[in-house]
Write a protein that binds this ligand. Structure first.
Ligand code: HXC
Length: 257
């Protein structure tokens, strides 16, 4: 499929999405949302894909929602047009998504990274929610996911002042899974994605769903969900294969069943 604002490529069992609006530092307009959501949901429906990587350019993962597209809109336009609605479908993808962040991940860009399961950051990465400088607030999940990622006080400082943080601070705060030298970012993302994509897909979907439950439910509900989901995996052929391979001291061969 040809997209206007992203590049896509399948490498083995990994689906790549590269944000490609260099003239606007990958600002997230309606077209890029439609393209990313379409590509991600296609990968998600494809049993041949076991992990997805979303990345931008060296200079910017994404510098936010597209300010020029939003500027003239009314509150009613934003609401009735469901301006950011597509992103909920991106966040609902069952396949693990790795954000490989180099340069700016600001506003909607930071929020897009936080919809992913793993955030790998180049040492050049800069994260922030600068919406307050535009007299608005984060609108794609920033106030909610950032609090869960870094805690209330760090999130409140960032959202209220609009200050950016570098990769080191982001990692220390718990926003970033791992920081790597900029030159290694894509190779590290590839390695991480291939590692995930080599597992049995039902167990990977189950793990992501259970991790999501940790953010969305009480401890008791989350533990019940985990226990049921864990038990369900014992009815897969891959569970028998995985445990037999361990006993026989060989590599497992999974069939995603
Ligand atoms: C539209 C953007 C953009 C954005 C950059 N550009 N960010 N266009 N929306 N979010 C465009 C610029 O207008 C410019 O194009 C080109 O990209 C390069 O940007 P420069 O500003 O010239 O680059 P630089 O001087 O290096 O500064 C980089 C920057 C700055 C610090 C990242 O661009 C910046 O502050 N951008 C906005 C960051 C931001 O406020 N993000 C939050 C957006 S609101 P032209 O053609 O003009 O030269 C958001 C809200 C979510 O995400 C929900 C809200 C309801």
């Amino acid at each position: 499929t040809d997209y206007e604002t992203i590049l896509t490529e399948t490498r083995g069992r990994v689906g790549w999405i590269t944000l490609n609006r260099p003239e606007a530092l990958n600002a997230l307009n309606s077209q890029i949302m439609a393209d990313v959501v379409d590509a991600a949901t296609r990968y998600d429906a494809d049993e041949g894909i076991g992990a997805i990587v979303v990345t931008g350019s060296e200079r910017a993962f994404a510098a936010g929602a597209d300010i020029k597209e939003m500027e003239a809109k009314s509150g009613l336009d934003m609401l009735m047009g469901d301006h950011f609605g597509g992103w909920a479908r991106f966040a609902a993808v069952r396949t693990p998504v790795i954000a490989a962040v180099s340069g700016y991940a600001l506003g909607g860009g930071c929020e897009l990274a936080m919809m992913c399961d793993i955030i790998l950051a180049a040492d050049t990465a800069k994260f922030g929610q600068p919406e307050i400088n535009l007299a608005v607030i984060p609108g794609m999940g920033g106030t909610q996911r950032l609090v869960r990622a870094v805690g209330y006080y760090k999130a409140a400082e960032l959202v209220l002042t609009g200050r950016l943080m570098d990769a080191t601070e982001a990692e220390r705060s718990g926003l970033v899974s791992r920081v790597v030298p900029a030159a290694d970012l894509l190779a590290e993302a590839e390695k991480t994605a291939q590692a995930i994509a080599s597992k049995s897909l039902p167990s990977v979907f189950a793990a992501k769903a259970a991790l999501d439950a940790a953010l969305e439910s009480s401890l008791g509900e989350g533990l019940r969900f985990e226990r049921q989901t864990f038990a369900g995996l014992f009815d897969t052929e891959d569970q028998k294969e995985g445990m037999a391979a361990f006993r026989e001291k060989r590599a497992p061969s999974f069939i995603n069943r």
